[in-house]
Design a binder for this molecule. Sequence first.
Ligand code: NAD
Length: 268
Amino acid sequence: MSATQTSDKRRGVVVVGAGSGIGAAVAARFHDQGDRVLGVDVRFKEDTPWEQVVLDLRDLDAVGALIKRLDSDGQGWDVLAYVAGIPGTFDAGDVLRVNFLGMRTLALGLLPVLRSGGAIVSVASVAGLAWQVRADALAGLLDASTGDEVDAWQASQDPGYAVYSTSKEASILFSKKISGPSWQKYGIRVNTVSPGPTDTPILGDFKKSMGDDTIEFVRSTAGRHGSVDDIAPVVTFLASDDARWINGQDIQVDAGVIAGMGVGPYQI
Ligand SMILES: NC(=O)c1ccc[n+]([C@@H]2O[C@H](COP(=O)([O-])OP(=O)(O)OC[C@H]3O[C@@H](n4cnc5c(N)ncnc54)[C@H](O)[C@@H]3O)[C@@H](O)[C@H]2O)c1
């Protein structure tokens, strides 16, 4: 580990997917509370007050180079917020690469780099709610460390099962599985945040891949779609010292729609 203490005492926060939507709101929130933010995205966002790295998460060499840079730049890094994601309307291999493999690679690569007391927070989705019953099926995906291994695993799966759900189940399950060892070995907590439908550019694709009816049912039950400002504070909270005893959790942020579906309503 070569991260050294510098004169800049601010927390160093890497926000992956900071170019749009929830990730941009998360990066802005960390920045506004005084953290040193590095935004990572395939697209460059104009006029941000934080430094940016433009890379494609499907390119694991580029991801590896980023990990190396963070390990050796001497700035000190404390938090990985992995927010990037693409919907199920994209190629299945790309969905698994961006939504899961990129997160797995960065999380494992940065655990020895992040300073003790730090945190990893990944944005999953309520679409990953079946992570527990799918744990056995996902075992091979969780071990895949290359794009080719991910493709080979996906080729053995039922093509009718929504790959977006698979990617988010894997994100939640993987985070839960590494949370114990990462706390014990590195003092780093690992949690996920699972939004319901949220008003961002991705929502139109969700309507296509999940169906207008599903998204409309959630909207009408909750009263409205979520906004990025409903989601971002949960990410920054989980990364903060106030959440220092929360580890290995998935927090659904959807006004309780999924909780209500799971247990049924109670008349009040
Ligand atoms: N908006 C919703 O309804 C909703 C609901 C549940 C979960 N989510 C999750 O929230 C996260 C953020 O999504 P959003 O709604 O803000 O959408 P968004 O499209 O606004 O943001 C996604 C970001 O990921 C980046 N990205 C995509 N592919 C990339 C790649 N190959 N390399 C690097 N960056 C890449 C995009 O450039 C973009 O900045 C995603 O993980 C998404 O799955 C969104």
